[in-house]
Write a protein that binds this ligand. Sequence first.
Ligand SMILES: Cc1ncc(COP(=O)(O)O)c(C=O)c1O
Length: 146
Amino acid sequence: MLVPDSGFVCYQPNVLIADGKPVSTPVLEGNMFKPNADFVMSHITAKSRLMIVNSPNNPTGAVFSYDDLASLSKLAIERDLIVISDEVYERITYDEAKHYCLASFPRMRERALVVGSFSRTYAMTGFRIRHVLDPEELITPMKLTN
Ligand SMILES: Cc1ncc(COP(=O)(O)O)c(C=O)c1O
């Protein structure tokens, strides 16, 4: 699984718990902490299956543009990757920054798992409520393992 670095601290341990192999894909200050699709591409191998995208981002605060997400979508389609799109900060943007849902990009509905959380959106941290939007064939095994 391609994991952004810097990224939310739980990503790498969760991949390990699921017997996956996290592969760090650095995001650089010089690119305003946004992923560069060509650079991400250089970390993809024949074994790559999943990619985490997190915008708005914790910890960097980067909000990926439409073009950033379009490039990552194109990459995911070309390399047949499932994308876990962590959008828990979707309602917390400032100034001109605009959030785009990755599943709204062409042909991404079938390969994006969009994650949201009541903790952030409604300041309901103690309730531990999250939601996931994804295709039925992906959500069915998730239900079985919970
Ligand atoms: C990027 C990101 N994703 C997911 C979570 C998890 O949110 P929660 O466990 O509060 O639902 C957090 C919490 O800090 C986060 O920063």
